[in-house]
Design a protein around this ligand. Sequence first.
Ligand code: ADP
Ligand code: MG
Length: 394
Amino acid sequence: MKPLRTMESLEVSGKRVLLRLDLNVPIKDGVVVDDTRVREAAPTVRLLAERGAIVVACSHLGRAKGKPDPALSLAPVAPVLAQHAGHPVGFVPDVAGEVAMAAVTAAQPGDVLLLENLRFEPGETANDPEFCARLARLAQVYVNDAFGTAHRAHASTAGVAQLFTARAAGPLMARELHALGTVRDNPERPFVAVVGGAKISGKLEALQALVEKADTLALVGGMANTFLLAQGHEMGTSLVERDLVDTARAILARAAERGATVILPEEVVVATSPEAPAGQVVPLGSIPADHMVLDVGPATIARIQSALAAARTVFWNGPAGVFERPPFAAGTLAIAQAMAASAAFTVVGGGESVAAVHQAGVAGQLSHVSTGGGASLEFLGGATLPGVAVLEEA
Ligand code: ADP
Ligand code: MG
């Protein structure tokens, strides 16, 4: 990876700074129900304001369809951002039209403005040049601190950045890239990757990259089912991806060729459905035809725990079972706890995995909790993220 242009190197005092944030938070009846992303974004806003910038913050929210949708307005986010930043935030009910232009020109150094939902404009997801130009004229400096959308070539993440000579990554983005870059390019060994979640599809590039790098690859969750099927095991009514059996076999063959250790469940927790009040631990080969695998069993947990205890680097994506249901949460929570206890450099990524880490109460004990699920997997898979490439040194 080329060195990143970071915010510290920019002259921002008295300048208008277009700050791309990830303020894509759940809102119900006009109330922010989970403010995690706002809390994380707030220090960057405060830092820029303290440095005398006119902060012009922007974000997308939800799946707005290129036109205004009151239910997806960023208006309710402004007071929450103000509270976490400890600084007033003026909401601008416009994205990049005349109202926005008037608001940013009237603003004084140290002021913070929040623009309306970027996706109210069709040009945002289309990365339309005309929209990029309108957005760019709002500011003299560009900072992107929204890692979670960096894998998308949208106007606010890619097109607009190119129109600024003064552009850089914000601190959250820099931290993500440092942690994930360490895992991808420079892991201390032994490097243990734990990959789970529902399915292989969607994670294939990351899996193929990790099988080239990890010393130990632990495959858990629903996705392990397809690997077990590829090994000829009867999987009952488990979630499996039959069209990916050959792919699974190729990944196992590649691990063997490299001499990497693969940990696959040897016994599992099964039930007739995820709603069952309890599961039953059975060895592979004894999964009843009308039962499905919903978690890894104790012997598998123990193998993963000892791999994590000996690791120097750990990356984890994807729960080991249907952890949303208490009878099938043990494997996932045990992995979260073993990561917290490990002396390794520990990184977790992915929506549900991160939720599990919070549920286990160990988020603060990991080296890095990645907020960008899709972006982090694409990055690990070796993809050049458009929103990152544009922030690299020439
Ligand atoms: P992440 O968001 O961390 O990347 P995924 O979205 O890939 O993770 O997968 C999360 C989902 O996988 C969880 O909702 C969990 O219930 C499901 N899951 C885990 N194990 C199984 C399993 N054995 N069978 C079916 N679903 C599973
Ligand atoms: Mg998910």
